[in-house]
Ligand binder design. Structure first.
Ligand code: ATP
Ligand code: MG
Length: 349
């Protein structure tokens, strides 16, 4: 067997993160064959590659299957020049094959009303309904999505291309990944934010995605609008609580997106009521009717009402959205219903 035969055999091994085979990625080098003995160098893109052992094992198995008895594999890491080459093939792959069907932003006027919670749980719900889902956490002030999904690691970057972190079947990229320390956010304004978000979007390898949810910063200030303008949004969801201040801010947010010509898909009322676990009575902690008011006023659908549930908060804190944690909870069921309504509003098949 010759070197080129071995390369042909090894084309079968796919790097699942990059979705290309290890030969076209130029990962196999220095092949030396001596009868049924073979040694080769296997270069990975990063030393801490989580798939290291699995990939190596695949190579060994294939070589064994093809008659090699003594197999020596030297693992190594690529140098910058190699990475640049891969990055440029990834870029052309991305151009050719990437498909992001619907980009939906999640916005609110007031902070802390549950945008990130709604983003996470809707993402999980779309996934449960069989769609491919991604999240772009574009909250410059407090990127919370990694916490809500229990992500502690930074994503792998190959030159300038970013591999989203996949958690609970959802591809996740966060502005938080770009920040070394939270305090850095203060330095980021206007054009820089826009650039960071556009880059995050454009340099991430999304592959095929039916729904990309974008978690926005609160408010209708420059930051939010910059994000709104930086991405090709198909629509925006407005999150509010039932109380009047939140409603007022939500309206402002809706106006702002109207001005940007972004379609408002509907409103989600969060923290609508609290069901007391002891007597199952419902309490309107933040008042009532906010979602209905906005829906009527702006003539947009009220997509659903999410109760206050301890499990929602707990899920957010432990990195497991409630829609995964407990599927029978009222909120989990409601999130699925909202996802279904969005699918209808967007005419997705
Ligand atoms: N329906 C709910 N029941 C219980 N807790 C909730 C609910 N919705 C949100 N929370 C909790 O309230 C807090 C704020 O929610 P979240 O972070 O989703 O809001 P946000 O609008 O994204 O905030 P920010 O404006 O800071 O980005 C979180 O700790 C979250 O777990
Ligand atoms: Mg948030």
């Amino acid at each position: 067997m010759k070197e080129k035969d071995v390369l042909k055999i090894l084309e079968e091994v796919i790097d699942p993160e990059l979705n290309m085979n290890i030969v076209e990625l130029n990962m196999i080098r220095d092949i030396v064959i001596n009868d049924d003995k073979i040694s080769l160098t296997f270069l990975l893109t990063t030393e801490g590659c989580p798939l290291k052992e699995e990939l190596k094992n695949n190579v060994v198995q294939l070589l064994k299957k093809n008659g090699f008895k003594e197999i020596k594999i030297n693992l190594g890491t690529m140098k910058n020049d190699d990475l640049k080459k891969i990055s440029s093939s990834l870029k052309s792959e991305k151009k050719e094959k990437e498909k992001i069907r619907n980009i939906i932003a999640v916005a609110s006027g007031k902070g802390g009303v549950g945008k990130s919670t709604v983003t996470s749980n809707l993402a999980v719900s779309f996934k449960k309904l069989g769609y491919k889902v991604g999240i772009l956490d574009a909250d410059i002030n407090g990127p919370n999505i990694p916490i809500m999904f229990g992500i502690k690691e930074k994503p792998e970057a190959i030159d300038e291309m970013i591999l989203p972190i996949e958690k609970h079947g959802i591809k996740i990229v966060s502005l938080g990944f770009l920040m070394e320390e939270e305090s850095n956010a203060i330095l980021w304004r206007g054009p820089l934010i826009s650039k960071a978000i556009t880059e995050l979007f454009e340099y991430s390898l999304w592959g095929e995605i039916d729904f990309l949810l974008v978690d926005l910063p609160p408010g209708t200030g420059d930051e939010t609008l910059t994000v709104g303008q930086s991405l090709p949004l198909d629509g925006v969801l407005i999150v509010t609580t039932p109380q009047d201040v939140s409603v007022l801010d939500a309206k402002r947010s809706a106006y702002a997106f109207n001005k940007l010509n972004v379609k408002i898909l509907g409103v989600v009322e969060n923290m609508s009521y609290f069901i007391c676990p002891e007597n199952e009575k419902e309490y309107d902690i933040f008042g009532s009717g906010g979602g209905e008011k906005i829906s009527k006023y702006l003539n947009i659908p009220l997509l659903g009402k999410i109760p206050i549930e301890i499990e929602i908060r707990r899920g957010g804190d432990i990195g497991k959205p409630v829609a995964i944690l407990n599927q029978d909870l009222k909120s989990s069921v409601e999130f699925i219903n909202i996802a279904k309504k969005i699918i209808k509003v967007l005419n997705v098949s």
